[in-house]
Design a protein around this ligand. Structure first.
Ligand code: PMP
Length: 365
C-alpha cells in the first residue's frame, strides 16, 4: 500500500490526520477486521461489528473527558456544526425565553443567529466591533434566568481561544469543534458540548455531541425525531443510517489520542504554537493579528504587509510541500492550523521556510 504523500496539510478542516489512522482506515475499507466485508458494507443494526465500534467510541470519548456514563450521553450525529447551531435552540430555547451567547468569532456569531429563530438571544459579550481581534470580556454578571449559555472554545477563523471556562449560573454549552482533546479541560463543567469531526477528530460527515442526561427530559418543543436529542439518545445514534465509516475514523483518532495521552498532546501543542508565534513576532515580513492573550494554539492567523507577498508566500510553501495556509475566504490573510495530528517537526519545517522566504525577499529589496 502507498503511504500518505509527504505534503503537510496545515488546513483548518478537513485537516491532517495521523498516518496510522489513515492506514487503518484504508485497510478497513478493503476488509474490516477480517470479516471479508468492507467497513462501508457492515450492517448498522443488529450487527456485532458496528455495535462494538459504536460502544468503544462512546466509552473512549467519556474516558478521555473523564465523564461518568451514568451522567452523560454520547451521540454521533450528522449535519455538521450548523445543525448543532440549530438543534440547540430548537431543543432548549422556548420562544418566550432567552439564551446567552458569547459572540467571539464567525461561528460563534452564526450559532447566535440561528438561535434568534427560536427565541430571544442575550449577547453576554462580543468582540464583533473589534473585528474579533481579541476575545470579548464578560463584564456584567450572567443572568440566571437564561435557558443556557453558549460559547465557542476556539475561534477557527479569527484565531482566538479561551483558556478559561466561563462561570455560568445556567447550563453551559460549547462548540469545541476546533480544539477538542487538544489540552486538558474540565469537561464536567459543561452540560452539552459538540465538535465536528473534520479538525481534531476524524473525517467530515460526523459530529460528536456529549450531553448531560438530565437535559434530555427538558426539551422545550415537539420536534421531528431526527432533530430531537432525546430521541437520538434513546435510539443510540442509529435513529437513521449512521455514518459508520465516519464514526470508525473518529474511533481510530480516539485510540490514537489515548495512546499518545492528553499530557503529551498538550505539551506538543504548546511547543508548536510557541515556535510559530515566536517566528511570526520575529519575522520582519509577518504580523500577528490577534491580541496576545487571546491567541489560539490551534489556528494561528497572521498577515504580510500586502496581498502580493501573501500570494508569493503561499506559492513558496506549496512548492515546498506545504498546503492549506491561506486564511478563510471571509477574512483573507494567512492561517496555519496546528491540530493534534501536526507534529513539532512539521512546524519546525514551516518556520524554517518562513525564514528562508524572508531572506529571499530581503535579498531583493
Ligand atoms: N464551529 C466551528 C468552531 C467551526 O470551525 C466550524 C467550521 N468547520 C463550524 C462550527 C461549522 O462546521 P460545519 O461546516 O460542519 O457546519
Amino acid at each position: 500500500m502507498n503511504t500518505h504523500s509527504p505534503i503537510i496539510n496545515f488546513g483548518a478542516g478537513p485537516a491532517a490526520l495521523p498516518q496510522v489512522v489513515l492506514t487503518e482506515a484504508a485497510e478497513a475499507v478493503i476488509n474490516y477486521k477480517d470479516s471479508g466485508l468492507s467497513i462501508l458494507e457492515i450492517p448498522h443494526r443488529g450487527g456485532q461489528l458496528f455495535e462494538e465500534l459504536l460502544s468503544e467510541s462512546k466509552a473512549l470519548v467519556l474516558e478521555l473527558c473523564q465523564l461518568n456514563p451514568d451522567t452523560y450521553d454520547v451521540l454521533w450525529l450528522q449535519g455538521g456544526g450548523r445543525l448543532q447551531f440549530a438543534m440547540i435552540p430548537m431543543n432548549f430555547l422556548d420562544s418566550t425565553a432567552s439564551a446567552g451567547y458569547i459572540d467571539s468569532g464567525f461561528w460563534a456569531h452564526d450559532a447566535q443567529e440561528h438561535a434568534k429563530q427560536y427565541g430571544n438571544v442575550h449577547t453576554i459579550a462580543s468582540s464583533r466591533a473589534l473585528n474579533y481581534t481579541m476575545l470579548p470580556e464578560i463584564e456584567a454578571p450572567i443572568p440566571n434566568n437564561l435557558s443556557y449559555l453558549h460559547y465557542t472554545t476556539n475561534n477557527t477563523i479569527y484565531g482566538s481561544q479561551f483558556s478559561n471556562i466561563p462561570n455560568s449560573p445556567v447550563p453551559l454549552f460549547a462548540d469545541m469543534s476546533s480544539d477538542i482533546f487538544a489540552q486538558h479541560r474540565d469537561y464536567s463543567r459543561f452540560d452539552l458540548f459538540y465538535a465536528v469531526a473534520q479538525k481534531n477528530l476524524g473525517a467530515a460527515g460526523v459530529t460528536l455531541v456529549v450531553i448531560k442526561k438530565n437535559l434530555l427530559g427538558k426539551i422545550v418543543r415537539k420536534l421531528p425525531p431526527i432533530l430531537d436529542y432525546q430521541q437520538q439518545a434513546m435510539q443510540h445514534s442509529v435513529l437513521n443510517t449512521p455514518p459508520v465509516f465516519g464514526i470508525y475514523v473518529s474511533l481510530l483518532v480516539l485510540r490514537w489520542i489515548k495512546a499518545k495521552g492528553i499530557d503529551t498532546i498538550e505539551k506538543d501543542n504548546n511547543a508548536k504554537a510557541t515556535l510559530l508565534y515566536k517566528e511570526i513576532d520575529r519575522n520582519t515580513l509577518l504580523e500577528g493579528i490577534v491580541e496576545e492573550n487571546s491567541r489560539s494554539k490551534m489556528n494561528v492567523v497572521f498577515r504580510t504587509s500586502n496581498s502580493q507577498t501573501e500570494k508569493e508566500l503561499i506559492s513558496f510553501c506549496k512548492e515546498n510541500g506545504i498546503e492549506g495556509i491561506g486564511g478563510h475566504r471571509s477574512v483573507g490573510g494567512l492561517r496555519v492550523s496546528l491540530y493534534n495530528a501536526i507534529t513539532v517537526q512539521q512546524v519546525e519545517k514551516l518556520v524554517s521556510l518562513l525564514q528562508q522566504f524572508e531572506q529571499e525577499k530581503l535579498k531583493h529589496t
